[in-house]
Design a protein around this ligand. Structure first.
Ligand code: NAI
Length: 389
C-alpha cells in the first residue's frame, strides 16, 4: 500500500515512520525542503537509537528508511491509496491543499486529515468527492502513542471508514472511532483534568504541587495536571481549551482559566521556557523549592482527587450519552491516548454510579453552576442500577 503524507513536521514525520515500519511505501511531502531534510535526519537518529536499544537491527533500519521517499511536489502523491495531511492548523490552507490533491490522486484514494481541532466536515467540503474524506488523529509522538482517533465526517462513506480502521489497526494502533465534534474524544474528555484542577487552585483550596500529589498518589496518574500542563506547554494547552470552549458555543463546562491565561501571557509556558507552574533546570527537571511544604492533609487530598475524578467521569459519561463514541472506545482513548491509569467508565463502575451522582450533586449544590450538572446518563444508570460495560 502507498501512503501519501502531507507535511513533514512533528506529526507528519512520526506518521511516516509508523506507516513505513508496517511495510507501507510512504511519500512524505512538504513545501519546505529544510523540513524534509530535518525529518530524514530525525528518523536516522531515532532508528540508530532503536538499534542501540536492541529493538531493531540495521537491516530493519534500512527497510524502514527504504520505504520513505521525501518529495517536494504534491503530484508525487498521485499513486497513493491513502493520504494523511499534517500541515498547519488552518482551514483555508488545508482546503486549498485538499482540492489540489484531489486532481492528482485516483478516485479511490482516501484523503485524511490529522487535524486536532477543525471539523472534518468542513475540510471534506473542499473535495468534489467528500465521501473519501476522514479524520485520522494521531497523538504526539505518533510512533509511541498507541491511540489513533478515526473521525468520519457526515459526508464519509462506510467503506472509507471501514478501510481506514483496518489500515490503522494493521499499523498496530488502537483505534477509537469518534463523532466529528470538537475535541473528538481525548481533547474533550480530558478537559476537567486541567480545568477542575485550575479551579481548585483558584479557590485557594491547595497549591499546584499538592493538587498534583493528590492525583498521582490517590489516582496513580503518571503526571499531575500542573506537571502535565507544563509539559504540554501552557500556551498549547490553553489554546486547546479555548478552542474547545468556543466550538461548544461557550458551554461553561469548558471555560478556560485566567490563571493559565496569565501564565501564558507572562511567558511561563512550562518546561520549554524553564518556568511554568514549576521551575525547571537545564535538563528539564523540576527544581524543588526548599520551602515547599509537604501536603499531608489526607482528607483534603481525597476531596481534591474525588472532585477531579468525578468531573472526568461525568465528561466521559456525557460523551457516551451524546454518542461521541462507544464506551469501549472512550475508555481506550483515555488509557492509550493520554496514559490514564484506568478507563474513566471502568473507574465509574469501581467507584459506583451512585457515588458519581452524589459527588456531582454535592458540587452542584455547593456552586449552583451549570459546570457541575450531573450527566443525565449517570443519573439514569443510578436509577436503574446499571453499570458501564
Ligand atoms: P508542524 O509545524 O511540526 O509541521 C507542519 C509541517 O507542514 C511543516 O513542516 C510545514 O513546512 C508543512 N506545511 C505547511 N504548509 C504546507 C503546505 N501547504 N503543503 C505542504 N506542507 C506544508 O506541525 P505539527 O505539530 O506536525 O501539526 C500538524 C497537524 O497535526 C496540525 O493540523 C495539528 O493540529 C495536528 N496535530 C498536532 C499534534 C501535536 O501534538 N503537534 C497532535 C495531533 C494533531
Amino acid at each position: 500500500m502507498t501512503i501519501g503524507i502531507i507535511g513533514s513536521g512533528t506529526m507528519g514525520s512520526g506518521i511516516a515512520q509508523v506507516a513505513a515500519t508496517s511495510g507501507c511505501k510512504v511519500k512524505l511531502y512538504d513545501t519546505n525542503r529544510a523540513a524534509l531534510d530535518k525529518a530524514e535526519a530525525a528518523l536516522e537518529k531515532i532508528l540508530l537509537r532503536l538499534i542501540e536499544k536492541g529493538r531493531i537491527d540495521s537491516e530493519e533500519k534500512n527497510r524502514i528508511q527504504g520505504n520513505i521517499d521525501y518529495v517536494e511536489n504534491l503530484k508525487d502523491l498521485a499513486n497513493s491509496n491513502l493520504t494523511i495531511e499534517a500541515i498547519v492548523e488552518n482551514l483555508d490552507v488545508k482546503k486549498k491543499v485538499f482540492s489540489e490533491l484531489e486532481t492528482y490522486v485516483d478516485s479511490n484514494c482516501i484523503i485524511a486529515s490529522n487535524t486536532s481541532s477543525l471539523s472534518i466536515a468542513s475540510i471534506a467540503s473542499a473535495l468534489k468527492n467528500p465521501e473519501r474524506c476522514i479524520g485520522i488523529h494521531f497523538f504526539n509522538p505518533a510512533p509511541l502513542m498507541q491511540l489513533v482517533e478515526v473521525i468520519p465526517a457526515i459526508q464519509t462513506s462506510n467503506e472509507v471508514l471501514e478501510f481506514t480502521v483496518k489500515t490503522i489497526e494493521n499499523w498496530n494502533k488502537v483505534v477509537a472511532v469518534a463523532k466529528d465534534t470538537p475535541g473528538f474524544i481525548v481533547n474533550r474528555v480530558a478537559r476537567p483534568f486541567y480545568g477542575e484542577s485550575l479551579r481548585i487552585y483558584e479557590e485557594g483550596i491547595a497549591d499546584f504541587a499538592s493538587i498534583d500529589r493528590s492525583l498521582k498518589t490517590l489516582g496513580n496518574f503518571k503526571m499531575g495536571p500542573f506537571e502535565l500542563m507544563d509539559f504540554i506547554g501552557n500556551d498549547v494547552n490553553y489554546t486547546v481549551t479555548e478552542t474547545v470552549f468556543q466550538a461548544f458555543y461557550y458551554d461553561p463546562r469548558y471555560r478556560p482559566s485566567f490563571t493559565q491565561k496569565r501564565f501564558t501571557e507572562a511567558g511561563y509556558l512550562g518546561r520549554k521556557s524553564g518556568k511554568g507552574f514549576y521551575n525547571y533546570d537545564d535538563n528539564g527537571s523540576i527544581v524543588v523549592q526548599s520551602d515547599s511544604e509537604e501536603f499531608d492533609n489526607k482528607v483534603l487530598a481525597q476531596q481534591i482527587f474525588d472532585r477531579v475524578l468525578v468531573m472526568l467521569i461525568n465528561e466521559a459519561a456525557d460523551a457516551l450519552f451524546l454518542n461521541i463514541a462507544s464506551a469501549k472506545d472512550i475508555d481506550n482513548a483515555m488509557t492509550k491516548g493520554v496514559n490514564y491509569p484506568k478507563g474513566l467508565l471502568a473507574w465509574a463502575n469501581e467507584k459506583g454510579i451512585d457515588w458519581c451522582v452524589k459527588q456531582m450533586d454535592a458540587l452542584y449544590d455547593e456552586y449552583r453552576e451549570e459546570r457541575y450538572r450531573c450527566s443525565p446518563l449517570l443519573r439514569k444508570m443510578s436509577r436503574e442500577n446499571q453499570t458501564f460495560f
